[in-house]
Design a protein around this ligand. Structure first.
Ligand code: UD1
Length: 372
């Protein structure tokens, strides 16, 4: 079985690392494609080092651009790789532009190349079509031959869209494989200690969703709310390049003066910051899951979540929407109380460090079925 696995942006690297490791350990031929959607040292290279990812076998170097430009460049650069490698499977993860781009190329060459598509993290739905990720998720699932879900609540979403049950397999959350694997290293890194922060006594924040950061008004509201939280405990904010650029363009730098602003962090540093935080405030998808796995309370600064299991079973809650200072403060205080009450929430089924093994089993079983 020959597998081509695709990563493009920061949230992909921790998902492909465990799958690649298991594929190679089990003796399958596995090749990594990095589209280059993210390319900075901090957004990409640091993750390869921290996650012990081997250098990509194919680097497409597509870089930034509009959605159309980025998606089109990935498609154009990926097709010749697909033709050369002729894999049995193309494995795509998550919901970024690189995911849909490679799935779409593969779907059009299925018949002549005899290749199939597996989507890891299938079936998540925010039902908010303004999110580029929702478009990417729904379309990638529609194109895939094997839909590998991180939680069982994803299954009704797929069945409702008419996807055949035989194509869907529950595997659990591969990102938590990476987390559990790297946690001891992250604790050694001890970023909070190096910053002079006490365990459980600071808020860690990430912010990069277009709905929060691409217009002045919402961005100002969120930053104002964070400045108010900072009056109660230190607020650490590693800044995504998109957010950094917009804060500068909108002249909002003053609102950062009480926050501890950092460059984007590598995987281990971010994990060590999250693990010891009192509360995490975020608009990221991955952090909602990582906080649930770590038992750290999370306030999600979004209107809805495609990861509802982190609310029903885990430690996540949605701040009231649109974001206001009072709304964020209210959720922050609730979350803090939860933290003080001791460990809360539970780790959902299949978030156990063995999801990548189940991914590889599902790929091999389905490949064997195709030959038979
Ligand atoms: C992308 C994903 C999003 C994910 C996020 C994590 C899509 C549609 N969105 O959004 O789901 O949560 O990654 O970070 O794929 N930039 C740099 N250096 C880099 C990468 C980006 O400076 O290495 C800057 C560029 O100015 C770029 C901007 O960040 O235009 C946005 O990058 P882009 O990949 O378009 O989207 P993200 O906002 O990162």
């Amino acid at each position: 079985m020959r597998v081509l696995i695709v990563a493009g942006a920061r949230p992909n690297f921790m998902k492909v690392a465990p799958i690649l490791r298991v594929l190679r350990r089990e003796g399958f031929e596995a090749m990594l494609v990095h589209t280059g959607q993210h390319y900075d040292e901090a957004m990409s290279d640091a993750f390869f080092r921290d996650l012990d990812l081997p250098p990509p076998d194919h680097y497409l170097g597509v870089g930034s651009g509009t959605h159309a430009q980025q998606t089109a460049r990935v498609m154009q650069a990926f097709e010749p790789v697909l033709e050369r490698v002729q894999p049995d499977w193309v494995v795509v993860v998550g919901d970024v532009n690189s995911t849909i781009a490679c799935a779409l190329v593969t779907a059009k060459r299925k018949e002549d190349l005899g290749v199939r598509i597996a989507h890891v993290e299938a079936g998540l739905r925010s039902r908010d079509w303004r999110m580029p990720e929702e478009v990417n998720r729904v379309l990638t699932d529609r194109l895939s031959d094997l839909l590998l879900t991180p939680s069982r609540d994803a299954h009704p979403n797929l069945l409702r869209e008419g996807i055949e049950e035989e194509k869907i397999a529950f595997v659990g959350n591969v990102m938590i494989d990476a987390l559990l694997h790297q946690l001891p290293h992250a604790r050694t890194v001890d970023l909070p200690g190096r910053l002079g922060l006490e365990r459980g006594r600071y808020a860690a924040v990430t912010l990069h969703r277009p709905s929060n950061v691409d217009d002045r008004e919402p961005l100002r509201n969120v930053l104002q709310a964070l400045a108010t939280v900072a009056a109660e405990m230190p607020v650490v904010l590693p800044l995504h390049p998109r957010t950094a650029k917009n804060i500068q363009n909108f002249g909002l730098d003053d609102l950062l003066s009480d926050l501890l602003v950092l460059e984007p962090l590598g995987y281990r540093e971010m994990l060590s910051l999250t693990d010891a935080a009192g509360v995490v405030l975020t608009d990221s998808g991955g952090l909602q899951e990582e906080t649930t796995a770590l038992g750290v309370p999370c306030v999600t600064l979004r209107e809805q979540t495609e990861r509802p299991i982190t609310v029903t079973e885990g430690t996540n809650r949605l701040a009231s929407w649109p974001v206001t200072t009072e709304g964020v403060l209210g959720s922050f205080h609730e979350a803090l109380l939860e933290r003080q009450g001791g460990p809360n929430g539970r780790r959902p089924e299949g978030w156990d460090g063995h999801a990548a093994e189940r991914v590889v089993e599902a790929l091999a079983a389905s490949a064997a079925l195709a030959i038979a």
